[in-house]
Design a protein around this ligand. Sequence first.
Ligand code: FES
Length: 333
Amino acid sequence: MSVRRLAEDHRQPGGFAFNRAMTAEAKKWLKKYPKGREQSAVIPLLMLAQEQEGWVSKAAIEHVSDMLQMPKIRVLEVATFYTQFQLSPVGSKAHIQVCGTTPCMLRGSDELIRVCKSRIHEEPFHLNEAGTLSWEEVECQGGCVNAPMVMIFKDAYEDLTPERLEEIIDAFDAGKGDTIKPGPQNGRTFSAPASGLTTLMDKAAIEKKVRVSSPAKSKAAPKPAAKTAKVAAIAASPALDDRNRPAAAEKPAEPDDLKMISGVGPKIEGILHSLGIFTFKQIAAWKKAEREWVDNYLKFKGRIEREDWAKQAKALAKGGRDEYVRVFGKEPR
Ligand code: FES
């Protein structure tokens, strides 16, 4: 696995901006997330930057962080973590990512790497003479059952032999990558057994089994009493008139943004509002039994304590964002 760092300064462009088409795409992605949660679009936006430029430059990372109002270091962390993001210029026609993790290694990935070395460059991340191709070794791409495999841009090419990889490289180098169908290259369907079915061959038995386990039948099947009781206990919400339910308040003209508490999203905020909880001060004042009541009501299984809502709410009630940063050493959400 290679060390993932930004390209050297002399290879970095002076700036970055999305072109018109990518700006429209970026807007579409941003709309997919609730207001206040746009930072969740960091991966799609970085992918768009890569689609536009072929790789992710420092300027692109800064541009995305400005768009999402996110600390630059957090976008940098994402870009340097995932091998899908190229941090320096790669081949203009194809960048071959060869999986070298154990299942692929046992199925011949070293032979695929040998092909890349001889056809492209001895070293990973170096361009071939024409600047059209490059390669690298990556960790498991989740296609082990079709090992060995490579990724080229967004597509996986699986069940490879060295000869087939050479053909694929030729096609991409000739600008005809779209003539190669991604997926298994040995004719099998997805991950079906390469030598034909060995199980689930009795169609009649399968259909019978499907009928027996249909919802109507299984509904009638007796359930063990203990299990049923346990499920019912878990499913039951605490009573709204329970004495441990926190006191409800009138909705103020400007409720606090409860989503600033880690663990509270728009949906949970809506539920808290329905319980009459609108301010950090209210949450900071909850006693343990009240926190437990809310935790049960939200079916959180202890999350309120784990995420320390009390401490978060106390900091936010005392001094807002600044106090939160002082106490936790990071921005609230
Ligand atoms: S080991 Fe190569 S895809 Fe999983």
